[in-house]
Design a protein around this ligand. Structure first.
Ligand code: BG6
Length: 485
């Protein structure tokens, strides 16, 4: 791997401490960092290198997946970290930053390969990328890359503006848009599961599949993020990015080659074929919910409107369920149901493929049809794949029962999403980062939903904390003769 400089905006922030430093550290323990590696941490505070390094070390104590190494090894790791105070709006500051980077490059004999990581609030994305461009930081003789965190825009229009601005400083293939769901090992596995297994690949279409269900339920509520979440809602916080990415990864067809370009092309085709809604369609195709008081694990919790920082009049969505259609030859007439919400019964992210069941009556017993075959892909908190089949039970007069075949390998020490993603960005593999087309097309689908919510033409269904969402979400599937699994 090329030697490089990792320029981190937001080096004193929460994400850096919880995710980025632990990821770099675990990559280091696995010998997956380049030999010459320089980290320039940037923040507003006036910190010395010592303070910075000990803050990095503390974050590793709290958040590293693996125990800390001996002090010599730790010291070598920390030596890579240098701090520089920067006010991101101060143009002059970037010139000094350039000098600092160049000096470190010279000392460590690092070619001008620079990875800029924006771990900052979204309002700073524009100004930072403009200043990277204007200061010459981005005019390198080697390569440059930009890693950017969500949210990528607040709606279709602002996403386009942000992209236009970033594009002045970086080419599309230099921009790595993080969606941490794409870093989850089971989401990365979806493509192999569908394509490396001819028996599944043969069935991956509307001839055999009745419907696809993608669920991400959480037990946590708004926590301390009222200011952000009440403006975002489940639709922006989870649906536009993570849920849409899981949809693409599930519905994409066999790529020509297993490469970033080909896989992202296939994902784009899914999004190109996604049927767009009108504002009026939102009323029948999307369910909006908001949690009220209830119990999570026998512990009473308050409703959304009683959460600190939330107005009693808030109509923000903490739950979304939707029916989507992909109008191409593979998925025509197969509904994709997607739901996500806070304060639900359990923390679980899973994809369920329900197969058609043409022989359900042949084996029906006492008016009970046989159960459909289900392929269940659990993403979170467990990584598991299982298949539900029907089988005769000799102990029960040979009646049919469902059996579940579990294909999970017990994987201890699975790398964290950020570890996988940062490693890919370091080596220039963009497969599991969101391409602009994917982001734009998913905003396109979401845009009428945002408008319908803003105009309140869609009911806001209350649901009890600790439930699986409002009744209307169950009815959405019932209309088509299905149920959530
Ligand atoms: C984040 C959202 O992107 O994903 C959070 O902002 C959410 O609201 C989180 O809780 C869920 O991620 P995970 O990995 O815990 O499923």
């Amino acid at each position: 791997m090329n030697s490089m400089t990792f320029v981190l905006f937001g080096a004193t922030g929460d994400l850096a401490k919880r995710k980025i430093y632990p990821a770099l550290y675990n990559l280091y323990l696995d010998d997956k960092l380049p030999d010459s590696f320089s980290v320039i941490g940037l923040g507003r505070r006036e910190w010395t290198n010592d303070i910075f390094q000990s803050s990095v070390e503390q974050s590793l104590e709290s958040f590293s997946r693996r125990p800390l190494a001996d002090s010599a090894k730790m010291e070598k790791f920390l030596r890579a970290f240098h701090y520089h105070a920067l006010d991101v709006g101060d143009t002059e500051g970037y010139k000094q930053l350039l000098e600092v980077i160049q000096q470190r490059e010279a000392e460590l004999n690092i070619p001008e390969n620079r990875l800029f990581y924006l771990s900052v609030a979204p309002e700073f994305f524009d100004i930072i990328s403009s200043n990277i461009y204007a200061s010459g930081l981005g005019s390198t003789k080697g390569w440059k890359r930009l890693i950017i965190e969500k949210p990528f825009g607040h709606d279709l229009q602002t996403a386009r503006e942000l992209n236009a601005n970033l594009s002045r400083a970086f080419e599309e293939d230099e921009i790595y848009r993080i969606d941490h769901y794409l870093g989850k090992p089971m989401v990365q596995n979806l493509e192999a599961l569908g394509f490396a297994n001819p028996i599944l690949q043969a069935l991956w279409n509307n001839e055999y599949i009745a419907n696809v269900q993608i669920t991400a339920s959480e037990t946590v509520g708004v926590e301390t993020r009222a200011g952000y979440y009440d403006q975002a809602g489940a639709i922006r916080d989870m649906f536009q990015n993570h849920m849409m990415q899981m949809l693409m990864m599930t519905a994409m067809q066999l790529p020509k080659r297993i490469s970033a370009t080909d896989i992202r092309n296939e994902k784009r085709k899914v999004m190109d074929a996604l049927r767009l809604l009108t504002k009026e369609d939102v009323i029948t195709e999307v369910v909006r919910g908001q949690y009220t008081f209830g119990e999570i694990g026998a512990k009473p919790v308050v409703g959304y409107k009683d959460e600190p920082g939330i107005e009693a009049s808030s109509t923000n969505d903490t739950f979304i369920a939707a029916r989507l259609w992909i109008d191409d030859e593979f998925w025509k007439d197969v509904p994709f149901y997607i739901r996500t919400g806070k304060r639900m019964h359990e923390k679980s992210t899973k994809i369920v493929i329900e197969f058609k069941n043409p022989l359900k009556d042949l084996y029906a017993h006492e008016d009970k049809e046989t159960a459909p075959n289900l392929l269940v892909i659990e993403v979170n908190p467990d990584s598991r794949v299982s298949l539900q089949l029907n089988s005769k039970n000799p102990l029960n007069d040979g009646k049919l029962e469902t059996i579940t075949i579990d294909f999970s390998a017990n994987l201890d020490e699975v790398p964290e999403a950020y570890e996988l993603l940062i490693f890919d960005a370091l080596r220039g593999d963009a497969t599991f980062f969101a391409h602009w087309h994917e982001v734009e097309l998913s905003w396109k689908w979401v845009q009428p939903v945002l408008e319908a919510f803003a105009e309140n033409i869609v009911p806001l269904h209350p649901y009890n904390a600790g439930s699986m969402g409002p009744e209307a979400s169950r009815e959405l599937l019932e209309q088509d003769g299905f149920k959530w699994w």
